[in-house]
Ligand binder design. Structure first.
Ligand code: PEP
Ligand code: MG
Length: 575
């Protein structure tokens, strides 16, 4: 039966393919068909692993000593024992192997999904959240099956027409999927500017988040049509709908090809106002896409992605190689490296307990300053790489002058250590700050005095101005980039920076959203940084724009406080 699901489109385009249901990404395991004569062997492997986990849990139980915390821990182990022995999990997984002739790892994760779906139906939110315990139990079984206690299996290789359907994906998960050839992503959770959405966008494939029930309603191998611009997923479409979308898909491909013609055209408006279009990257290989789309620099290298999906931190040499590699490939064009913005939804250890308000916690520069050795190592690596290109340092999430002072102190220390070792670096390296907290936007003068350049992180600026968690799909409808408060704040930052001659960029997602191009031009923005895939569309919009027409309408938008009026004026601006 054909049906459609609606969510938030985070990356445009049309994809047609077959569903690949992802388990909790850490539990992604390969699916093998096993010969009939090996089915009993797979059942035995599963049985042995379950017995081993049962013994493990019993041993843990016997170690529990008295006291209230012990009672809680004991109850938790009992629950895990119950889940392990639940026939829906263990017995059904064995039946699944027999019926589907598959490997034990695949069978147990499939049954885990059945159990998870049952938990989803429970009204009591406490019980519903016990899904996490199901995942943990299955993780234990998988570790025994795979024979590597600390090993997280990599996602399996897919065909080019697979569409990944997941309940939720962390940014680290999505980065792992970068090497896979999926042609679209669907998730139940997530917001428009969550890091998961941002990374999915960087893959340049249609993606939809906040679908709520996709993981439950879609079955493995279902045929899907994904319309990333509209945020619609059509499940099991009929032939008529399929051929209509095939046609739209080829039209979009044609348009993409046409856009390539303006790759080397200078980005200037009709009246001759020139604009720099830089790119945002997560990992060094992304530079290929940067060059393919003719970016004139890298405005944001989210360096923290070098630290994810691994057991140990990258050392100074490894980081140095990564930064130098990017600098060299950019051949003298600016490369803005943001110091690691870890914390919140980008955790080094995803199993670690996070703060109750992670977006307001130990994140970005706060974490850099709290981890002096890690920060020092990164600063030395960036400085060393600065000898090989035009590297700039960008500091995330600044909120106070004291953070700038401390950061400068760290940078000076790193410089001093390199001087001592006679290692060359750019003595005049530029240091900029991200303006993504309203406090910084409202006290901009001091930030402009102390920093060489500014970059507006609108993804966070919107989250902190409107008090909306950008990763939470339940409040995604309130995440309004066109809220008058947001527009006024962004315009204020750009105008103040222009007045004092401080270079300013926008590197949040609105810089790559063509709806905002004229608005930002009207605010006075001349440096945009976005995902490479969005660059040529934004350039085309710049080429079609005329500042004398833009400015009066933008003034009106800034004065308006009625959202409906803002939308009407914006439509006029973009017509
Ligand atoms: C931002 O906040 O707008 C930004 C560019 O940084 P990130 O999305 O990585 O938080
Ligand atoms: Mg940010």
């Amino acid at each position: 039966m054909s049906f459609a699901l609606h969510g938030v489109g985070v990356s445009g385009g049309i994809a047609i393919g077959r569903a690949h249901l992802a388990s909790h990404a850490a539990l992604e395991v390969a699916h093998h068909v096993v010969p009939e004569n090996q089915v009993s062997n797979e059942i035995l492997r599963l049985d042995t692993a379950i017995t081993a986990v049962r013994e493990e849990l019993e041993t843990l139980h016997s170690c529990v000593v008295s006291g209230p915390a012990a009672a809680e821990y004991g109850a938790f182990l009992d629950l895990h024992q119950m889940i392990l022995d639940d026939p829906t999990l263990s017995a059904a997984a064995k039946t699944y192997i027999a019926q589907n002739q598959c490997n034990a790892e695949w069978a147990i994760t499939q049954q885990m999904d059945v159990l998870m779906a049952q938990f989803e139906e429970i009204e009591d939110s406490y019980l519903r959240e016990r899904k996490t315990d199901v995942i943990q139990v299955v993780e234990r079984v998988l570790k025994v099956l795979l024979g590597h206690p600390g090993y997280i299996p990599a996602p399996p290789k897919r065909d080019g027409d697979s569409i990944l359907v997941a309940h939720d994906l962390s940014p680290a998960d999505v980065i792992q999927y970068k090497q896979q050839s999926f042609n679209a992503f669907l998730t139940d959770l997530g917001g428009l500017t969550s890091h998961t959405a941002i990374v999915a966008r960087s893959l340049n494939i249609p993606s939809i988040v906040a679908l709520h029930h996709a993981r439950r309603l879609i079955r493995d191998n279902d045929i899907l049509i994904i319309d990333g611009s509209q945020g619609v997923a059509i499940v099991d479409p009929d032939e008529h709908v399929l051929s209509e979308y095939r046609l739209r898909h080829s039209q979009l491909e044609l348009e993409k090809q046409k856009l390539k013609r303006i790759k080397t055209t200078v980005a200037a408006t009709l009246d001759g106002t020139t604009v720099e279009l830089h790119a945002n990257i997560e990992l060094p290989p992304d530079v290929e896409q940067v060059k393919e789309n003719g970016a004139t620099g890298i405005g944001l290298f989210r360096s923290e992605f070098l630290f994810l999906n691994r057991d140990s931190l990258p050392d100074e040499d490894e980081q140095f190689e990564a930064y130098r590699n990017v600098a060299r490939k950019m051949r003298g064009l600016p490369v803005t490296i943001r110091t690691f913005d870890l914390g919140a939804d980008k955790n080094l250890d995803p199993t670690k307990r996070v703060a109750s308000n992670p977006a307001l916690g130990l994140r970005a520069i706060r974490l850099c300053l709290a981890e002096p050795q890690m920060f020092h190592t990164q600063l030395r690596a960036i400085l060393r790489a600065s000898h090989y290109g035009q590297i700039r340092i960008l500091v995330p999430m600044l909120s106070s002058v004291s953070e700038i002072t401390q950061t400068m102190h760290f940078i000076e220390n790193a410089k001093q250590s390199l001087r001592g070792e006679k290692i060359p670096f750019d003595e005049k390296i530029q240091i900029g700050g991200m303006i993504e907290i309203p406090a910084a936007a409202l006290c901009l003068d001091v930030f402009m005095r102390k920093l060489d350049f500014l970059s507006i992180g609108t993804n966070d600026l919107i989250q902190y101005t409107l008090a909306i968690d950008r990763a939470d799909d339940s409040v995604a409808y309130l995440y309004d980039s066109l809220h008058p408060a947001v527009l006024r704040l962004v315009a204020h930052i750009i105008r103040s920076a222009n007045r004092t001659g401080t270079p300013v960029a926008v590197c949040g997602e609105i810089a790559g959203d063509v709806i905002f191009t004229r608005l930002l031009l009207g605010f006075g923005l001349r440096l945009f940084s976005m995902h490479p895939a969005q660059l040529l569309t934004v350039k085309r919009e710049v080429l079609r724009s005329n500042m004398p027409n833009i400015i009066p309408l933008v003034q009106k938008i800034l004065k308006a406080d009625d959202p409906e009026k803002i939308h009407v004026l914006l439509a006029k601006l973009n017509s």
